[in-house]
Write a protein that binds this ligand. Structure first.
Ligand SMILES: *Cc1c(COP(=O)(O)O)cnc(C)c1O
Length: 341
C-alpha cells in the first residue's frame, strides 16, 4: 500500500450521509468511468464487497434465464463465473483452456453464429497470469451481438482497458489489487446497453444495481459504504488520473518486463502464454515451488502467491501491483537465487 493510503485509512472515518461524502462519490464515479473510457450514458456502481461480489452481481443483474452465456474458463476465476451462472440457473457453455495453454482464436471461432447472448471473461485469468485479447473478444461480441462482461479485477490499471473502443458492457474491479487499498470495495462500470438490461435479471436485494444507480445520482450508496476505503480510493484515483492511466499501465508493464528479464538465467520457466502486466507466473521444473514459497516466507517475510491443487509445486506468481519498485525485484531475485542455486 502507498503511504498516503495508510495515512487515510488510519484517520477517523466521517459520517457519510453528507454533501461532502456525496461530492467524493461523484468524483470517484467520474474518475473511474474515465479510467476505463466508459461510453457516454454509462453507470457507476460501488459495492461493499470483494471482487467476487462484483462477479456475482454482474451475473445476477445483467443476465437472466433467457440468456445463453459463453464463459472463457482458463483457470479458477473462469471456473468461478461458471459456478455463478449455475447458481442462478443461467444456461452457459465453457471454452476451456488447459493449464499452460494459450487462448486460440481459431478454436474460439467455433462459438460464432451460435446464438450466444453474452460472454464472460476474466481479462487477466489471475490463476495463470494469462491475458486475453480484449480487442479480439470485443470484436467477436459486437459481431455476434453478445453482451460483453469483463472481470478486470487484476487487470485494471495493469493492462489497457477501453470500454468504448472494445465494445465492453461491464468492467469489474476491486480495491485490493492495483488500487492497493484495503479489501472490501468492488467497482463496476456498465454501458448504456447493459443499463437497458437491468430489471430483467434475478433481482438481487443487496446487490440490486438499479438501487445503486438511482442513489448514486445524488452521490450516495444505498447502504453503508466502506467509508475509510472510499476516502483512500478518492485519493488514489485522483493521483492516477493526474498521472494518466496510460502512464500507470506503463509502470506496470515496466515492472513486469524488468522482472522477467532478471530471471532469464534462473532454473525457472515462463509459461508459453500471453501474460498480463499484473503478475508473472513462474514455473518450477524441479517442482519445488512450495519449498521456495515457504523459505521466502519464513526467512524474509516475502510472500509470493502459491497455486492450488495440481499446480501447487509447479507454479508461484510474482505480483506487479501496488507500491513496488524495480529495486524490490532486484532484492527478490537475489533471495530467489539463494533458494534455487
Ligand atoms: C482477485 C480476483 C477476483 C476477486 O477475488 P476476491 O477474493 O473476491 O476479491 C476476481 N477475479 C479475478 C480475475 C481476480 O484476480
Amino acid at each position: 500500500m502507498y503511504p498516503e493510503t495508510l495515512r487515510i485509512e488510519g484517520t477517523q472515518q466521517p459520517y457519510f450521509r453528507t454533501p461532502e461524502f456525496s461530492k467524493l462519490m461523484k468524483d470517484v464515479e467520474r474518475w473511474f468511468l474515465d479510467s476505463v473510457h466508459a461510453p457516454d450514458g454509462s453507470e457507476f456502481i460501488a459495492l461493499t464487497a470483494s471482487g467476487t461480489g462484483a462477479m456475482d452481481a454482474a451475473v445476477s443483474n445483467l443476465l437472466s434465464g433467457d440468456d445463453k452465456v459463453l464463459v472463457i474458463n482458463g483457470g479458477s476465476f473462469g471456473a468461478r463465473f461458471s459456478r455463478i451462472c449455475e447458481r442462478y440457473a443461467i444456461a452457459h457453455e465453457e471454452y476451456k483452456i488447459p493449464f499452460l495453454h494459450a487462448f486460440r482464436k481459431e478454436e474460439f471461432e467455433q462459438y460464432a453464429g451460435r446464438s450466444f447472448t453474452a460472454l464472460l471473461v476474466n481479462l487477466c485469468e489471475t490463476s495463470t497470469g494469462q491475458l486475453y485479447d480484449l480487442a479480439y473478444l470485443g470484436e467477436f461480441c459486437a459481431r455476434n451481438n453478445m453482451l460483453f462482461i469483463v472481470d478486470a479485477v487484476s487487470a485494471y490499471l495493469a493492462d489497457p482497458i477501453d470500454m468504448e473502443r472494445f465494445h465492453v458492457d461491464a468492467v469489474l474491479t476491486a480495491s485490493q489489487k492495483a488500487l492497493a487499498l484495503a479489501p472490501g470495495v468492488a467497482l463496476i462500470a456498465i454501458s448504456p446497453t447493459a443499463v437497458r438490461r437491468l430489471g430483467k435479471g434475478n433481482r438481487a436485494y443487496y446487490f440490486d444495481f438499479e438501487e445503486y444507480i438511482s442513489n448514486q445520482r445524488r452521490g450516495q450508496p444505498p447502504f453503508t459504504s466502506a467509508v475509510g476505503t472510499m476516502l483512500a480510493l478518492h485519493q488514489r484515483l485522483e493521483s492516477i488520473m493526474h498521472k494518466g492511466v496510460k502512464a500507470v499501465n506503463d509502470e506496470h508493464a515496466q515492472r513486469a518486463r524488468y522482472f522477467r528479464e532478471l530471471i532469464q538465467d534462473l532454473p525457472l520457466a515462463l509459461p508459453p502464454i500471453p501474460l498480463s502486466n499484473s503478475c508473472t507466473p513462474l514455473i518450477f521444473p524441479e517442482e519445488n515451488a512450495t519449498a521456495v514459497y515457504t523459505a521466502l516466507k519464513e526467512k524474509y517475510e516475502v510472500f509470493l502467491t502459491p497455486s492450488g491443487g495440481d499446480w501447487k509445486d509447479k507454479q508461484l506468481r510474482v505480483g506487479h501491483l501496488g507500491n513496488l519498485t524495480l529495486e524490490d525485484y532486484d532484492d527478490l531475485v537475489h533471495k530467489l537465487i539463494g533458494e534455487l542455486i
